[in-house]
Design a protein around this ligand. Structure first.
Ligand code: ATP
Ligand code: MG
Length: 341
């Protein structure tokens, strides 16, 4: 696995993004948004509203995309992504991504996609049997997202590890087949946040998420209802923190005190309600500044559109450049390359 820490030299290019399938949540924050905010000041950073990838599972509801594009953009601005530093763009408005996807798909085998553990898991979770072509191939499209701007670093959740591995293989294959113009990316893996139901990762589509725009009241209620260790009925019952979703939240949002919480839970000297109250407070500390920034942008729809149009134009420039190099590498630059005149 290729992971990278932040002490690397400065010439990295960062790309990452989110499917426009609804509002972002705390899982996105700990898994990727937090590191993007930091990285944008160090590296050239591209952040993508992945509307085409959203279609892989929501092709029958394109209305959701139009709504979510602005919603996710607002989430970005609220967490502190700064359009002066990061290029925020819309995936479907970069046609070169579709072109690259098409080219890469010529030399990616169906079985390599079928064996991708994240694709397998998501297909199972969604009850897919006969897989849609676009869904099965979304790691190829992700490779196009990453390579159009020659990104070297992808801050993302651990579910993305197989996709980045696949992207690296595609890049190597392309470079071997034609000419070494593409760059192998590395992943910067963020923490994984479990969903409130304790059954799987926090996810927009599974209804087990705390959204970044949740009110203090919503957060309190959601945490109060979150699943804990089923063996604990009375406050003094000894607990098993390793099976408790809330303990997992302590490890992420209150790391310094998590050892203490672990012991007290095991001894039965702290009840679930008190334990949840501490987590709620720590989550509030994360969400409060996000809410404040959201207020600044909430009604500035025009400004948000401008940010997206400017970012998309900037991304398109990089995409055209790479596409030119790809065509040249493959010798399909018929009217501008050596075979023209
Ligand atoms: P969907 O259910 O529509 O697939 P999602 O909630 O899984 O949505 P994505 O847009 O697929 O979100 O993921 C965007 C990024 O956020 C990826 O880098 C992914 O790894 C990360 N991410 C999503 N959920 C979590 C989570 N619960 N914990 C950590 N990282 C996460
Ligand atoms: Mg997902």
């Amino acid at each position: 696995m290729n992971t990278k820490n932040l002490t690397q030299p400065k010439q990295d290019i960062v790309l990452t993004g989110d499917r426009t399938t609804g509002k972002l949540h705390l899982g996105h924050y700990v898994g990727s948004l937090k590191s993007r905010v930091r990285l944008q000041h160090q590296y050239e950073t591209y952040i993508m509203l992945a509307d085409v990838q959203a279609l892989t599972t929501h092709f029958n509801n394109p209305g959701l995309l139009a709504e979510s594009v602005r919603q996710v953009a607002l989430d970005y601005l609220s967490v502190g992504i700064d359009p002066e530093h990061a290029t925020i763009f819309v995936q479907s408005m970069i046609p070169e991504i579709a072109e690259l996807t098409c080219i890469y798909s010529m030399f990616v085998t169906v079985s390599s996609l079928r064996h991708n553990p994240t694709v397998k898991h998501e297909a199972q979770e969604r009850g897919y049997e006969d897989l849609y072509y676009g869904f099965l191939g979304y790691p190829v499209s992700q490779t196009a997202d990453i390579t159009f701007c020659k990104a070297t670093l992808v801050p993302a959740g651990e579910d993305q590890i197989p996709h980045i591995e696949q992207a690296r293989r595609i890049v190597r294959r392309f470079n071997e087949l034609y000419a070494p113009v593409l760059v192998e990316p590395q992943i910067l893996v963020g923490e994984r946040l479990e969903g409130l139901d304790g059954g799987s990762k926090m996810s927009k589509s599974l209804g087990n998420a705390i959204c970044l725009d949740a009110s203090p009241e919503d957060v309190r209620t959601q945490i109060r209802r979150a699943k804990t260790d089923p063996a604990r009925i009375h406050k003094t019952d000894p607990g098993h923190p390793e099976v408790c979703t809330i303990y997992g939240y302590h490890c992420i949002f209150r790391k310094e005190d998590s050892g203490n919480i672990r012991e007290r839970c095991q001894q039965g000297s702290i009840g679930c309600a008190a334990c949840k109250a501490k987590v709620t407070e720590a989550i509030e500390e994360v969400l409060e500044p996000i809410r404040e920034r959201r207020e600044l942008y909430r009604h500035r729809t025009r400004d948000i559109d401008d940010i997206l149009m400017t970012g998309t134009a900037r991304a398109r420039k990089a995409a055209r450049q790479t596409m030119g190099e790809v065509r040249e590498a493959m010798g399909i630059d018929y009217f501008t390359g050596p075979s023209a005149d």
